[in-house]
Structures are given as structure tokens and as C-alpha cells.
Design a protein around this ligand. Structure first.
Ligand code: NAI
Ligand code: MG
Length: 484
């Protein structure tokens, strides 16, 4: 059994400190029992962290470095995490609920961000703009200064890695507000920052309530840029606070993403897409495949396969799942589980049928069976609102145009997918699906290199890929009048 330290502190200006708002209990959703306590930051703690980050920024300690030097430190942070994967993964599983093998995938994914953005540090180059004989003009990209990053609980390690690596690579000092439910694993970023020689104040990590520390951070007048992943209402609150200070945000706000499965699709291969698309992390994934739109003629055959996938998964505490296999862990909390469970009940009341799962297993902890809902129609709540759990809604279509209309029929637009052997049909769908990312014949195709972000209520700005670098820099144009 993994030994968990009973009390974890915040990391502000290079010191481990108690929180002005006291402590919060961190619960293991795999058992429902208390795991540890974490310090809770208040507005005064947030202020100290932001002012420390600002001091680092103004000192030039990050921004004056030759980018390759910053890049090497960023890469070394990734290696630090990988070297400690066996230490971090059980803590992630115990605080978040995911299988131990998924926790290891998440930590490797986090390390990959540091590798990628460490590499990109020295590629942020300006250009020279011709203005005729009398001038020399060039652009440069400067860091905003203090980057505030507000992190969700579904992938606490990977989401922090995503913004912290790009923020540091471009020379920003960072203040991170970790999620109330899963704050523990973020401590390793502070250790990593120290280990690679970043100055005190360059990376600040604190847990606090969203309405308290989160709100104070997003409204702080010395924050220069905000990155947020989470719910739509919180995204709106954060963007509103940032607007008061006239600073930009990146908002990544979830979705209700649809896979369109045509009659010529490879149905056997699609089983893997179901497995990964809706049951990884118990469906608590913003880009989850939460809707499957299937051609009438193959509906029953596809549902049979999807039911087979759902029933093949054993649900049990993540810590008992060291190796990749047909297993799923707990959801993050009983509250989130009950919310998803309630949405299943409402869907059934509205006319949907439970083809697989739909129950809370009779064991302690925040578990929900892998669920497939059929007889769902586009007007139902379940077809429009994010469940954020292991629940997929199946709907029928008869024409390509109808499929695209249903796919585009929610306020979201994060990702989408099309499954067909017909290139014209795939290309047409890719062009018409209103989403920031379209998968053809493999859900989650892509990686850290490919830009990710939403249309519509799924947010704005892009994370991952080279696009994300531009969130953290501002353009300066220098025009020089030459003599003679
Ligand atoms: P949330 O959006 O409220 O929480 C995410 C983060 O925002 C947390 O760190 C929280 O402390 C912080 N926060 C909350 N209120 C804030 C405020 N006023 N100012 C600044 N920061 C604030 O999400 P919540 O309530 O935990 O989950 C509700 C639903 O949101 C989920 O069921 C799911 O549908 C969606 N969600 C989507 C995620 C995604 O990956 N896109 C991640 C987490 C939740
Ligand atoms: Mg927890």
C-alpha cells in the first residue's frame, strides 16, 4: 500500500506554506475514504504568488535567457517526472480514481509536453518586414509576464503540464491553481522546478477553492494572461474577470462530441474507439466520444459491439489495476458519479433505453458502470449536455447531411469523428463538422503536436501544437528609421 503524507502544503515563491483559508480533505474516490489534507490558499496567498511571479518576470531571470537554455530546463522537468513515475502514479490514482495504468499514461503524457515545448522554445522567431530604403523593421515575441493557470480535476498532471511547459518555454512566470479534489500530484511540478534550477517565484502551485483562490487569481491586476480548462459557467466567470483587466484567456470548456459511423465503416476497429473514446478516465474527458451517430442499416450490429465493449470492462479501484486491461476505475467523486447517474435516469424517463450498464455497482466508492444508451433522439437533454462520465448516447441517421446536422446540433464544438472507407465522404464531413479537431477513422488520433481547442461554447484559443505558443507571447514590432 502506498504511504501518503497526511498533510500537503502550497508552494509560493519557493517556499512550502500553509494556506490562509485552512485545509481541505482529499478523498480517495476508489474507497470514499479520506486520503490526506491539503493547504487551501486565500486571496492573500494568491497575491503573494502573483507578486513573486511578477518579480521574477521583471528581473529578466526567465525572459533574458537564450531560449535554448530555458528549453533545456523545461525538458529536464519532463525527465524529472518520468524518473519518478512510480512515485507519482499511485498518488494520482488514489486522489483521482483512474486505473494505475492510466495514471502512468497520464504522467508520460505530461512529460511529453515538457519534451515538446522544451524543444519549441528556440523556434519562437520574429520576421523582418520591408518598409523601403529608409527603414529596418522587425518583430519579436515577448512573454506576457505572469501566466495564471486554473486546472481541472480530470487530468490534473497532464493539464498543468500542458500550460506550464508552454508558459515557461516562452519565458513566463506561472501561478497555478490546482483542483480542490485532486491537488496532491501537482506538488511534483514544484519539486521539478527546483530540481532544474528555476528561480523561486517562477513556478507557484497552490490549491484553493475556485470561488476564492480561483476567482482571486483570475481577477488579479498583475496577472497578464489566463489559461483555463473546465466548465462553461466557470469559463465565463474567468473570462469576465480577465476582461476587467484587459488580459487574454485561453478557454477549453468541454464538449458533446459526435462520432459519425457510416455503413462502410470498420466496425471491429470501432470497438477500440469506443473503449478509448468514452471509457478511458471513466469518460471524464472533455473530448470524449459521448455521442455515436450510426447509419440505420448498421445500428443493431454496432450497438451489439458497443454493448460487448461496455460489458467487457471490470469496474474496481484504480490501485488494483496496475496493468493495461479491460478495467475501469472510479469517477472523481460521488457527487460527479451521482450527477451522471441522474442524467441516465432522466434520459430513460425521456425515452432512452439502457443497452448496457446504467447502474452504480454495489461497492464503496464513486463507481458507475460503463453505459450505452440507445433510442436517444437529438432533442433529448442527454444528447446535448455533457455527462462527463462513462455514458455514450447512440442516435440513428439515414443520410450524410442528417448526420452532420445532428453532429453540429449542440452549442459545443470541441472535436468530432467520421468513420468510413470513403475518402470523399470523410473529407466532406471533416470540412462540415463544426469542431476544432476532426478524427477520421481513429478517435483521439493526433498528439501533443496537433492543435486542440473548441468552436462555439467549447471555448477559444488552442492548446497543444505550435499554435499554443502564441497564447503566451505578445508581438512587438520595432521600426527603425535609418539615416541617409
Ligand atoms: P469547474 O469548471 O468549476 O472547475 C474547474 C477549475 O476551476 C477548478 O480548479 C476550480 O477550482 C476552478 N474554479 C471554479 N470556480 C471558479 C471561479 N469562479 N473562478 C476561478 N476558478 C474557478 O468544474 P467542476 O464544477 O469541478 O465540474 C463541473 C462540470 O464541468 C463537469 O461535470 C464537467 O462537465 C465540466 N468539466 C470539464 C472539464 C474539461 O476538461 N473541459 C474539466 C472539469 C470539469
Ligand atoms: Mg479526490
Amino acid at each position: 500500500m502506498t504511504e501518503i503524507k497526511p498533510y500537503w502544503k502550497n508552494y509560493i515563491d519557493g517556499a512550502w506554506v500553509d494556506g490562509g483559508a485552512g485545509r481541505i480533505d482529499v478523498i480517495n474516490p476508489g474507497t470514499g475514504e479520506k486520503l490526506a489534507e491539503h493547504a487551501l490558499a486565500d486571496a492573500a496567498d494568491v497575491d503573494r504568488a502573483v507578486m513573486a511571479a511578477r518579480r521574477v518576470h521583471l528581473s529578466g531571470a526567465l525572459s533574458d535567457l537564450r531560449p535554448v537554455e530555458r528549453g533545456r530546463m523545461v525538458q529536464a522537468m519532463g525527465r524529472y517526472l518520468l524518473d519518478r513515475i512510480d512515485e507519482i502514479a499511485p498518488v494520482l490514482t488514489l486522489e483521482q480514481g483512474k486505473p494505475l495504468w492510466e495514471a502512468k499514461i497520464e504522467i508520460k503524457g505530461a512529460a511529453r509536453y515538457f519534451e515538446y515545448y522544451g524543444n519549441q522554445a528556440e523556434t519562437v522567431e520574429g520576421r523582418s518586414i520591408p518598409l523601403g530604403k529608409g527603414y529596418f523593421d522587425f518583430t519579436t515575441y515577448e512573454p506576457f509576464g505572469v501566466s495564471a493557470q486554473i486546472i481541472p480535476w480530470n487530468y490534473p498532471v497532464e493539464m498543468t503540464a500542458r500550460s506550464l511547459s508552454a508558459g515557461l518555454a516562452t519565458g513566463n512566470a506561472c501561478v497555478i491553481k490546482t483542483p480542490e479534489m485532486t491537488p496532491l500530484t501537482n506538488a511534483w511540478f514544484a519539486h521539478a522546478a527546483e530540481a532544474v534550477g528555476l528561480p523561486a517565484g517562477a513556478v507557484n502551485i497552490m490549491c484553493g477553492f475556485g470561488h476564492e483562490a480561483g476567482a482571486a487569481l483570475s481577477a488579479h491586476p498583475y496577472v497578464n494572461q489566463v489559461v483555463f480548462t473546465g466548465s462553461v459557467p466557470t469559463g465565463i466567470a474567468i473570462a469576465t474577470a480577465a476582461a476587467q483587466n484587459v488580459v487574454p484567456c485561453v478557454l477549453e470548456l468541454g464538449g458533446k462530441s459526435a462520432a459519425i459511423v457510416h455503413d462502410d465503416a470498420d466496425l471491429a476497429a470501432f470497438e477500440t474507439d469506443v473503449r478509448r473514446g468514452i471509457y478511458f478516465n471513466a469518460g471524464q474527458v472533455c473530448s470524449a466520444m459521448s455521442r455515436v451517430l450510426v447509419h440505420d442499416s448498421i445500428h443493431d450490429a454496432l450497438v451489439e459491439r458497443m454493448v460487448g465493449v461496455a460489458r467487457s470492462l471490470t469496474v474496481k479501484p484504480g490501485i488494483e489495476q496496475p496493468e493495461f486491461g479491460p478495467t475501469m476505475g472510479a469517477m472523481v467523486s460521488e457527487r460527479q458519479r451521482d450527477r451522471a447517474f441522474g442524467m441516465i435516469g432522466d434520459a430513460v424517463a425521456a425515452g432512452a433505453t439502457i443497452a448496457a450498464g446504467g447502474r452504480k455497482p454495489n461497492i464503496p466508492g464513486a463507481f458507475l458502470e460503463p453505459t450505452v444508451l440507445t433510442d436517444v433522439t437529438p432533442d433529448m437533454t442527454i444528447a446535448n449536455e455533457e455527462v462527463f462520465g462513462p455514458v455514450v448516447s447512440v442516435m440513428k441517421f439515414s443520410t450524410d447531411a442528417e448526420a452532420i446536422k445532428i453532429a453540429n446540433g449542440t452549442p459545443y464544438g470541441l472535436v468530432g469523428g467520421v468513420f468510413t472507407r470513403d475518402l470523399d465522404r470523410a473529407t466532406h464531413a471533416a470540412r462540415h463538422i463544426r469542431a476544432g479537431q476532426v478524427f477520421v477513422n481513429e478517435w483521439f488520433a493526433g498528439g501533443v503536436e496537433t492543435p486542440f481547442g473548441g468552436y462555439g461554447k467549447s471555448g477559444y484559443g488552442r492548446e497543444k501544437g505550435r499554435e499554443a505558443l502564441w497564447n503566451y507571447v505578445q508581438t512587438k514590432n520595432v521600426a527603425i528609421k535609418l539615416k541617409g
